[in-house]
Ligand binder design. Structure first.
Ligand code: NOJ
Length: 559
């Protein structure tokens, strides 16, 4: 009897271990990410540009808000032709941000405060000024870095519109990944075309060397204490991949196996925006991008303008004309498919995506409703610096360092607003000499003004994060169920449950009162959090009805 049960126990144990390893380190379950654009956060040396020492001096602020993980946009050596996403040395901090030693000190201090640090891994391309690329331009194609990039074998034709006409001694043109100054690293072609012998396969020496280099870069920083990486354009590494990105999935799968074996406490976050692919590929977290650029099922929530700068209707606008159905359907499906393996995260915005305070969403009350949504979903919250105080999107901020890409990305990169000292406390440099101008509005929000104001957005966001941290049902462990009718968009009502505890979240971002009816969810124990006049929940004959006041958020604990 004992003997026959043995294999069963072993299999159960193996399955349990596999499931745990898939979801990643334990700390990730409670991670709340703060995304910092390093040039814009805090300048410590008066040169007008944010730096690592500046970030280090603000760790207590980050912690007091309730964030426990920082994702830094790239801090590596760069000519800044795409805001640092164009790297010339992955092993070196750019002098404008400080030194490698200062990065290690930042990590050390952050860890001492219980904060993890994730870096940005730009794996898809380098700067065209990178020594690897300079060498690969040589007519001699047998050098160490000759095959680090994708070169055609003739100058007279451009195989696709992504190829850039080159003036290099090498006979051929190169593939760009984003801007022309960002040549694509060579991860090979999923199915090399025999008629184009310059296309290399996944297992050819060039792509193998590039994969090894990326591992070396990650190991270099993880050995210095880094806790993970946000992987830029993660889905696009292997070229001419199939619809399911099979070869790129294989690549990340191999990276993840290596990380699990050597750095099991570290994580990989993807810029992929298709959790159904990214999570099984090996990412611990997939970022949902909602800038309207091909991810339209999600974008109607907070975007105000589509990719071509045309106004769009959004759910979280006071006009109350948005729809919620496509979000509910897609989110439900993707969460269901990935919840045992990893996490989703929908950032409030980013260095590429407009801030929440824009167009039809400006008042602290409107921003509080939106923030309730971002912070009480089961995903891992990611908040871009300054969103917690409601910084404005500055539409006419000057284009800087490649910030224009179909739209003006400087608008969401202006300096953090700390206080009423010059440059809002961001820098002691002359105002004409800082990275980007500070929001000129004399009434601009600041950390100083909001810290002790119990009605401020900052206090509200801090309270939300404290509530989430204390309430497993509202965190990543809790179930999520959309409760109201998704065809009747306002208010949005969803349930969060864990171990017999149940919460109902009612959000009405519109300027009109809104009601919803649904099968009853029990009785209200108390109102635990919210903004505006609380929604009223009543039950009659098994039917619950919720009356939500204009621009209100209500979190109910149920009996
Ligand atoms: C995505 C990054 O977020 C963006 O800022 C950058 O321009 C492109 N990838 C290219 O690296």
């Amino acid at each position: 009897m004992k003997k026959s049960l043995f294999p069963f126990f072993v299999i159960t144990l193996l399955c349990a271990t596999a499931a745990y390893a898939q979801r990643g380190p334990e700390w990730l379950k409670n991670a709340v990410i703060y995304h910092i654009y390093p040039s814009s956060f805090q300048d410590s040396d008066g040169d007008g540009i944010g730096d690592l020492e500046g970030i280090r001096s603000r760790l207590d602020y980050v912690k007091a808000c309730g964030f426990n993980t920082i994702w830094l946009s790239p801090v590596f050596e760069s000519p800044f032709e795409d805001g640092g996403y164009d790297i010339t040395d992955y092993y070196k901090v750019d002098p404008r941000f400080g030194t490698n030693t200062q990065l290690v000190e930042l990590i050390r201090d952050a860890h001492a405060k219980g904060i993890r640090i994730c870096l940005d891994l730009v794996a898809g391309h380098t700067s065209d000024k990178h020594p690897w690329f300079r060498q690969s331009r040589s007519a001699d194609t047998n050098l160490q870095y000759s095959d680090y990039y994708i070169w055609s074998d003739s100058k007279s034709s451009l195989p696709t519109k992504k190829f850039v006409k080159s003036d290099a001694p090498r006979n051929g043109n190169f593939l760009k990944n984003y801007f022309e100054v960002q040549p694509a690293l060579n991860y090979g072609y999923a199915h090399p075309d025999p008629d184009e012998p310059w296309q290399q396969g996944y297992d050819d020496p060039g792509p193998r060397a590039v994969r090894q280099e990326i591992r070396n870069i990650m190991a270099f920083w993880m050995d210095k204490g880094v806790d993970g990486f946000r992987c830029d354009m993660a889905m696009s590494l292997v070229k001419n991949d199939d619809r399911n990105h099979t070869a790129t999935v294989r690549l990340w799968h191999e990276m993840r196996e290596w990380i699990d074996a050597r750095y099991p406490e570290c994580i990989l976050i993807s810029e992929w925006s298709q959790p159904g692919e990214a999570i099984p590929a090996g990412f611990h977290v997939d970022l949902i991008i909602h800038n309207g650029a091909g991810y339209d099922m999600y974008s109607p929530l907070v975007c105000n303008t589509d990719d071509k700068n045309r106004p769009t209707v959004c759910y979280f606008d006071r006009a109350g004309e948005g729809q919620i159905r496509s979000f509910v359907d897609r989110y439900t499906k993707e969460r269901h498919a990935t919840r045992e393996q990893g996490y989703l995260s929908m950032p409030t915005c980013s260095h590429d995506i407009w801030r929440l305070n824009r167009n039809q969403r400006n008042t602290p009350e409107e921003l509080k409703v939106t923030m309730t949504f971002f912070l009480l979903m089961p995903w891992i919250p990611t908040v871009y610096y300054g969103e917690e105080i409601g910084m404005r999107n500055i539409e006419d901020a000057p284009i800087k360092e490649g910030s224009f890409a179909r739209r003006n990305r400087s608008s969401c990169r202006t300096p953090m607003q700390w206080d009423t000292t010059p440059n809002a406390g961001f820098s002691t440099a002359d105002a004409t000499n800082i990275f980007l101008p500070v929001d000129p509005d004399p009434a601009r929000p600041t950390v100083a003004a909001q810290t002790d104001d119990p009605h401020s957005l900052l206090s509200y966001a801090r309270g939300l994060l404290a509530l989430r941290a204390a309430t497993p049902a509202l965190g990543t462990s809790g179930d999520w169920r959309y409760v109201s009718d998704p065809n009747h968009p306002y208010p949005m009502v969803y349930a969060r449950e864990y171990a017999g505890e149940k919460y109902i979240v009612v959000l009405n971002p519109s300027a009109q009162r809104a009601t919803a009816q649904f099968p009853e969810e029990g009785a209200v124990a108390d109102i635990v959090y919210g903004s505006g006049v609380p929604a009223r929940y009543t039950v009659r004959k098994d039917l619950a009805s919720v009356k939500a006041e204009p621009v209100s958020a209500t979190v109910l604990r149920m009996k």
